[in-house]
Ligand binder design. Structure first.
Ligand code: ARG
Length: 599
């Protein structure tokens, strides 16, 4: 099934062609029911260009619009909006085309994959391995995973790249420390376990700051590492493997799939990049690339220092060493040339906006990426503590991501236990093991959903009470909405997933019609969420869908379902229940959230 927006666009475009105009039909879901379900806003802009009256143009388009199998007769409103209202028969017919769910794990709810699949690399999570993952890594991991899931669902080939920081001067200190406190590592690198990476880092750093001799050894270790000394490399590998084990414990828990391809994978390519840049410097006569204060610098257009001087990207430092940007140049070349990605999405905090803007501009100016490649920085704001200040422990230290997840799960457990014992869910008994499982799912879902429901550009406050609330736009509300629908099937004595596809769906009551329309918006919402890289388009939609369902199922505002008669009506309504549950499950899964059957 194609989205309603697409179907309407096609009809309006044909009518536009008949009156001799061309352009985007600008179909949008209406904000207010008064204006129908969708509007086409194309007449205003086009009329202005053509020097015609917008209402006249809208009238001409409507006269040529062949749409009565989909909509009631279109209305023209205000300066020239074309308002479109979907017919219940069209809604019913469209819902009927959604094939039954044969396998819940891969249910697409009738959504077709993209016509032009691309290879898309997503740079997500990417912590520095010197330390434990902390709260600051949550957003990149969760947002990146959601975007990856949506684009993969759309049919693209998605490469999930964990560009970990596994290279750089801080490893000198860590490896020198490792060698002195764990001398056995060299014999048995696979046996290395560091329970607390964070305190290991602190120990090494304290020593580095206090002990000149250790400082000297740390510096030597960096040189040895970079020049490929086998013993230092063994230590380094053991350390990185152990650090990655910590990361993957979190990824597994969060159900995030990711491929580790850290900065160190690009060591050799960096030499090559710098060599090519030097050759380019000799050939080019413009000011793009030159030596400045001994450093090899690139000057992408349009970036200035505070004093108005051109701002450089330093590809090779004065001391001959490479930079973060050197590895990012090598990485971008690898992703486009070897991995064949045509879209590269960097899910990295907004603090690095300038770095990426300059990187992309420089790569274009160098001619190393062309118009077939589109790199984007998908930046995001900070997650703040509940008081609105940066998220820190009471002592001012960073909070480990693992501790944050544990806390959310512990609090979710209370919510689950309370709900099961407060008398509102009589007869509900869960074993301890079930409670643990539900709490783990609900707690992690709450964190993810809360994060994804905020617009990427703004900061938000981490607030367990809000995110675990059973009311409002939260994971517990959504999971509960799903579980409740599934329980309707049990109460009605039917398997919702195996309802007969006859008699047909017949939306009649306003609450049924509203629910049917919402269900059919799923396709266009995915287009928006994937096209604009906006997870909160999906959370907003799912919340609206859950509310539409509540209204439909409400004793006063909606319709009877389990005890509806005749049987054809009961079956039609049960099928709406099933479709709602399927869309919720599919949508939540794209957010990285697995539903629970009972809660
Ligand atoms: N490791 C970096 C950091 O912690 C993030 C890397 C983002 N990805 C990239 N290709 N630069 O800041």
């Amino acid at each position: 099934m194609r989205s309603i927006v697409e179907q309407l666009s096609q009809r309006v475009r044909t009518a536009m062609a008949q009156v001799g105009v061309e352009g985007d039909p600008l179909i949008r879901a209406s904000q207010d029911e008064k204006f129908g379900d969708y509007q086409s806003n194309c007449a205003m802009g086009l009329a202005k260009k053509l020097g015609r009256k917008p209402r006249d143009l809208a009238t001409a388009i409507v006269e040529n619009l062949n749409i009565d199998d989909i909509c009631d007769p279109p209305e023209i409103a205000g300066p020239g909006f074309i308002n479109l209202r979907l017919k219940p028969e069209f809604l019913a017919r469209s819902l009927e085309t959604i094939p039954p769910c044969l396998d819940a794990d891969v249910d697409r709810v009738g959504i077709e994959p993209a016509a032009n699949p691309q290879t898309i690399a997503i740079d997500l999570s990417s912590p520095n391995l010197a330390k434990e993952m902390h709260v600051g890594h949550l957003r990149s991991t969760v947002i990146g995973d959601c975007i990856a899931r949506i684009l993969e669902f759309e049919g693209h080939t998605v490469l999930r790249e964990n560009h970990v920081g596994d290279w750089g001067t801080q490893f000198g200190m860590l490896l020198a420390h490792l060698r002195s406190v764990r001398p056995d590592v060299l014999d048995k690198p696979d046996d290395l376990v560091i329970e607390d990476l964070e305190s290991f880092y602190v120990e090494a750093k304290t020593r580095f700051d206090a002990d000149e001799e250790f400082k000297r050894r740390s510096r030597e270790t960096v040189v040895a590492l970079q020049s490929g000394d086998p013993v230092t490399r063994r230590l380094w590998q053991a350390f990185c493997r152990e650090s990655l084990r910590h990361c993957h414990a979190i990824y597994d828990r969060l159900d995030v799939k990711i491929v580790d391809r850290g900065e160190s994978c690009y060591m050799e390519q960096m030499d090559e990049v710098v060599g090519r840049l030097e050759a380019m410097m000799k050939e080019r006569t413009d000011d793009f690339i030159r030596i400045s204060e001994g450093a090899l610098c690139l000057f992408p257009e349009g970036f200035k220092t505070r004093d108005g001087e051109p701002l450089p990207l330093i590809a090779r430092k004065t001391d001959g060493g490479y930079n973060y940007v050197t590895s990012d140049i090598a990485t971008l070349l690898d992703r486009t040339q070897r991995l064949g990605a045509t879209r590269i999405i960097y899910v990295v905090g907004l603090a690095q906006k300038q770095h990426f803007d300059m990187l992309f501009a420089a790569m274009r100016r160098a001619g190393w990426i062309d118009e077939t490649v589109s790199p984007v920085h998908l930046g995001f704001g900070n997650m703040l503590g509940s008081t609105g200040k940066p998220f820190k422990t009471r002592e001012g230290g960073t909070i480990k991501l693992k501790d944050l997840l544990d806390e959310a799960v512990a609090r979710a457990r209370q919510v689950v236990v309370n709900a099961a014992t407060d008398g509102t869910k009589p007869g509900r008994t869960f074993s301890e093991k079930q409670v643990d499982e539900i709490a783990e799912r609900v707690g992690l879902a709450a964190i993810k959903y809360f994060d994804l429901s905020h617009s990427l550009n703004s900061d938000y406050r981490f607030d367990l009470d809000t995110m675990l609330s059973l009311e409002g736009n939260t994971a517990p509300y959504m999971l509960y909405a799903y579980a409740r629908i599934r329980s309707i099937g049990r109460k009605a004595g039917v398997d919702l997933a195996a309802l007969p596809d006859k008699p047909p769906i017949l939306p009649e009551h306003p609450s049924e019609i509203a629910l049917a329309k919402k269900l059919l918006q799923f396709a266009e919402v995915l287009d928006t969420a994937g096209g604009e890289l906006r997870p909160n388009a999906l959370t907003d939609y799912l919340f609206d869908l859950a509310k539409s369902f509540s209204r439909f199922y409400d004793r006063k505002l909606g319709v009877r379902v389990i005890d509806a008669s005749p049987e054809s009506v009961r079956l039609s309504r049960l099928r709406l229940c099933d479709l709602t549950a399927r869309v919720l499950r599919c949508g939540l899964r794209l957010l990285g959230i697995e539903t629970v059957e009972q809660m």
